[in-house]
Design a protein around this ligand. Structure first.
Ligand SMILES: CC(C)(COP(=O)(O)OP(=O)(O)OC[C@H]1O[C@@H](n2cnc3c(N)ncnc32)[C@H](O)[C@@H]1OP(=O)(O)O)[C@@H](O)C(=O)NCCC(=O)NCCS
Length: 160
Protein backbone atom coordinates (compact mmCIF):
# COMPACT_ATOMS: atom_id res chain seq x y z
CA UNK A 1 0.00 0.00 0.00
CA UNK A 2 2.80 2.45 0.88
CA UNK A 3 5.83 2.10 -1.36
CA UNK A 4 9.31 3.48 -0.78
CA UNK A 5 12.48 2.83 -2.76
CA UNK A 6 13.13 -0.52 -1.11
CA UNK A 7 10.39 -0.91 1.49
CA UNK A 8 6.69 -1.68 0.99
CA UNK A 9 4.21 -1.33 3.83
CA UNK A 10 1.14 -3.53 3.37
CA UNK A 11 -1.47 -5.40 5.40
CA UNK A 12 -0.30 -8.35 7.50
CA UNK A 13 -1.74 -11.61 6.12
CA UNK A 14 -2.25 -15.05 7.67
CA UNK A 15 0.68 -16.31 5.57
CA UNK A 16 2.99 -13.92 7.50
CA UNK A 17 2.16 -15.52 10.86
CA UNK A 18 4.82 -18.31 10.97
CA UNK A 19 7.58 -15.73 10.43
CA UNK A 20 5.95 -13.28 12.84
CA UNK A 21 5.94 -16.10 15.40
CA UNK A 22 9.73 -16.46 14.97
CA UNK A 23 10.17 -12.73 15.61
CA UNK A 24 7.84 -12.77 18.63
CA UNK A 25 9.80 -15.65 20.19
CA UNK A 26 13.21 -14.07 19.61
CA UNK A 27 14.30 -12.68 22.99
CA UNK A 28 16.83 -10.27 21.43
CA UNK A 29 14.15 -8.75 19.18
CA UNK A 30 11.63 -8.57 22.02
CA UNK A 31 14.08 -6.88 24.40
CA UNK A 32 15.13 -4.33 21.76
CA UNK A 33 11.48 -3.43 21.21
CA UNK A 34 11.02 -2.64 24.92
CA UNK A 35 7.54 -2.77 26.47
CA UNK A 36 6.36 -6.01 28.04
CA UNK A 37 8.98 -8.57 29.11
CA UNK A 38 9.48 -11.39 26.55
CA UNK A 39 6.85 -14.14 26.81
CA UNK A 40 6.58 -17.30 24.68
CA UNK A 41 3.86 -17.47 22.04
CA UNK A 42 2.42 -20.47 20.20
CA UNK A 43 1.25 -20.44 16.58
CA UNK A 44 -2.28 -21.33 17.66
CA UNK A 45 -2.50 -18.26 19.92
CA UNK A 46 -1.09 -15.98 17.23
CA UNK A 47 -3.53 -17.40 14.65
CA UNK A 48 -6.45 -17.09 17.09
CA UNK A 49 -5.60 -13.41 17.68
CA UNK A 50 -5.32 -12.78 13.94
CA UNK A 51 -8.57 -14.65 13.12
CA UNK A 52 -10.51 -12.85 15.86
CA UNK A 53 -9.45 -9.48 14.54
CA UNK A 54 -10.03 -10.44 10.87
CA UNK A 55 -13.52 -11.74 11.70
CA UNK A 56 -14.55 -8.20 12.64
CA UNK A 57 -14.07 -7.13 9.02
CA UNK A 58 -13.34 -3.51 8.17
CA UNK A 59 -9.80 -2.17 7.83
CA UNK A 60 -6.55 -2.95 9.60
CA UNK A 61 -6.29 0.45 11.33
CA UNK A 62 -2.70 1.61 11.68
CA UNK A 63 -0.78 -1.67 11.38
CA UNK A 64 1.47 -2.69 8.48
CA UNK A 65 3.76 -5.54 7.45
CA UNK A 66 7.24 -4.38 6.39
CA UNK A 67 8.21 -6.07 3.12
CA UNK A 68 11.62 -5.94 1.42
CA UNK A 69 12.49 -7.92 -1.73
CA UNK A 70 9.11 -9.66 -1.44
CA UNK A 71 10.07 -10.86 2.06
CA UNK A 72 8.17 -10.11 5.28
CA UNK A 73 10.84 -8.69 7.65
CA UNK A 74 8.81 -7.09 10.45
CA UNK A 75 5.92 -4.89 11.37
CA UNK A 76 5.16 -1.29 12.21
CA UNK A 77 2.11 0.61 13.34
CA UNK A 78 0.48 3.84 14.37
CA UNK A 79 -1.61 3.37 17.54
CA UNK A 80 -2.78 5.05 20.76
CA UNK A 81 -4.72 7.53 18.64
CA UNK A 82 -5.68 10.80 20.30
CA UNK A 83 -8.04 12.37 17.80
CA UNK A 84 -8.48 15.55 19.83
CA UNK A 85 -4.75 16.28 20.00
CA UNK A 86 -4.17 14.82 16.49
CA UNK A 87 -1.44 12.69 18.07
CA UNK A 88 -0.48 9.02 17.93
CA UNK A 89 2.33 6.65 18.83
CA UNK A 90 4.56 4.91 16.29
CA UNK A 91 5.94 1.41 16.81
CA UNK A 92 8.38 -0.55 14.66
CA UNK A 93 9.99 -3.97 14.88
CA UNK A 94 12.24 -5.38 12.21
CA UNK A 95 12.16 -8.98 13.38
CA UNK A 96 14.61 -10.40 10.83
CA UNK A 97 17.98 -9.45 12.30
CA UNK A 98 19.73 -9.91 8.93
CA UNK A 99 17.95 -6.69 7.95
CA UNK A 100 19.12 -4.59 10.92
CA UNK A 101 21.38 -1.61 10.33
CA UNK A 102 20.81 -1.43 6.56
CA UNK A 103 18.55 1.62 6.43
CA UNK A 104 15.24 -0.27 6.27
CA UNK A 105 14.12 1.12 9.65
CA UNK A 106 14.89 4.65 8.52
CA UNK A 107 12.91 4.19 5.29
CA UNK A 108 9.98 2.53 7.10
CA UNK A 109 9.72 5.38 9.61
CA UNK A 110 9.88 7.90 6.82
CA UNK A 111 6.98 6.18 4.97
CA UNK A 112 4.94 5.86 8.14
CA UNK A 113 5.45 9.51 9.12
CA UNK A 114 4.46 10.68 5.66
CA UNK A 115 1.32 8.55 5.97
CA UNK A 116 0.61 9.90 9.49
CA UNK A 117 1.08 13.59 8.68
CA UNK A 118 -0.19 13.76 5.11
CA UNK A 119 -2.89 11.08 4.83
CA UNK A 120 -4.13 10.74 8.45
CA UNK A 121 -3.72 14.41 9.43
CA UNK A 122 -1.83 13.76 12.66
CA UNK A 123 0.22 16.68 13.96
CA UNK A 124 2.28 14.81 16.49
CA UNK A 125 3.76 11.31 16.31
CA UNK A 126 5.77 9.89 19.18
CA UNK A 127 7.90 6.83 19.80
CA UNK A 128 8.91 5.03 23.02
CA UNK A 129 12.42 3.63 23.06
CA UNK A 130 14.67 1.88 25.59
CA UNK A 131 17.64 4.14 26.40
CA UNK A 132 20.11 1.31 25.65
CA UNK A 133 18.67 0.65 22.19
CA UNK A 134 21.07 2.74 20.08
CA UNK A 135 19.41 2.08 16.72
CA UNK A 136 16.01 2.87 18.25
CA UNK A 137 17.35 6.10 19.81
CA UNK A 138 18.79 7.20 16.45
CA UNK A 139 15.43 6.45 14.84
CA UNK A 140 13.76 8.58 17.52
CA UNK A 141 16.08 11.52 16.83
CA UNK A 142 15.26 11.25 13.14
CA UNK A 143 11.55 11.18 13.97
CA UNK A 144 11.91 14.46 15.95
CA UNK A 145 13.65 16.10 12.97
CA UNK A 146 10.92 14.92 10.60
CA UNK A 147 8.19 16.14 12.95
CA UNK A 148 9.77 19.57 13.12
CA UNK A 149 10.09 19.66 9.34
CA UNK A 150 6.49 18.56 8.83
CA UNK A 151 5.25 21.12 11.36
CA UNK A 152 7.24 23.88 9.67
CA UNK A 153 5.84 22.91 6.27
CA UNK A 154 2.33 22.83 7.69
CA UNK A 155 2.73 26.24 9.30
CA UNK A 156 4.16 27.65 6.07
CA UNK A 157 1.13 26.33 4.18
CA UNK A 158 -1.21 27.92 6.72
CA UNK A 159 0.58 31.27 6.38
CA UNK A 160 0.16 31.38 2.61
C1 LIG B 1 15.37 0.00 15.70
C2 LIG B 1 15.18 -0.40 14.23
C3 LIG B 1 13.77 -0.05 13.79
C4 LIG B 1 16.18 0.40 13.37
O1 LIG B 1 16.06 0.00 12.03
P1 LIG B 1 17.37 -0.46 11.23
O2 LIG B 1 16.98 -0.72 9.83
O3 LIG B 1 18.00 -1.59 11.97
O4 LIG B 1 18.32 0.79 11.36
P2 LIG B 1 18.78 1.80 10.22
O5 LIG B 1 19.83 1.16 9.37
O6 LIG B 1 17.59 2.39 9.54
O7 LIG B 1 19.51 2.89 11.10
C5 LIG B 1 18.78 3.69 12.05
C6 LIG B 1 19.78 4.54 12.81
O8 LIG B 1 20.53 3.70 13.70
C7 LIG B 1 21.93 3.84 13.44
N1 LIG B 1 22.52 2.52 13.62
C8 LIG B 1 22.45 1.47 12.79
N2 LIG B 1 23.12 0.42 13.33
C9 LIG B 1 23.60 0.85 14.51
C10 LIG B 1 24.35 0.23 15.56
N3 LIG B 1 24.75 -1.05 15.48
N4 LIG B 1 24.66 0.98 16.65
C11 LIG B 1 24.26 2.27 16.75
N5 LIG B 1 23.54 2.91 15.81
C12 LIG B 1 23.21 2.19 14.71
C13 LIG B 1 22.01 4.31 12.01
O9 LIG B 1 23.21 5.02 11.75
C14 LIG B 1 20.80 5.20 11.89
O10 LIG B 1 21.08 6.49 12.44
P3 LIG B 1 20.90 7.79 11.53
O11 LIG B 1 19.45 7.79 11.08
O12 LIG B 1 21.22 8.90 12.46
O13 LIG B 1 21.86 7.63 10.38
C15 LIG B 1 15.42 -1.95 14.00
O14 LIG B 1 16.78 -2.25 14.26
C16 LIG B 1 14.53 -2.81 14.88
O15 LIG B 1 13.35 -2.96 14.59
N6 LIG B 1 15.08 -3.41 15.95
C17 LIG B 1 14.36 -4.33 16.79
C18 LIG B 1 13.18 -3.74 17.55
C19 LIG B 1 13.39 -2.33 17.98
O16 LIG B 1 14.44 -1.96 18.46
N7 LIG B 1 12.35 -1.52 17.82
C20 LIG B 1 12.43 -0.09 18.03
C21 LIG B 1 11.84 0.32 19.27
S1 LIG B 1 11.84 2.09 19.27
Amino acid sequence: MLKGQRVTLRAITRADLPRLLEFNNDVEVELAGGGDPPMPQSLSRLEAEFDQSAAQGGRDGGGFAIEVDGRFIGQCALFNFDNTAHACELGITIGDKDYWGKGYGRETISLLLDYAFRLRNFHKVWLRVHAKNERGCRARVRLCRRRTLARTRMEQRQLR
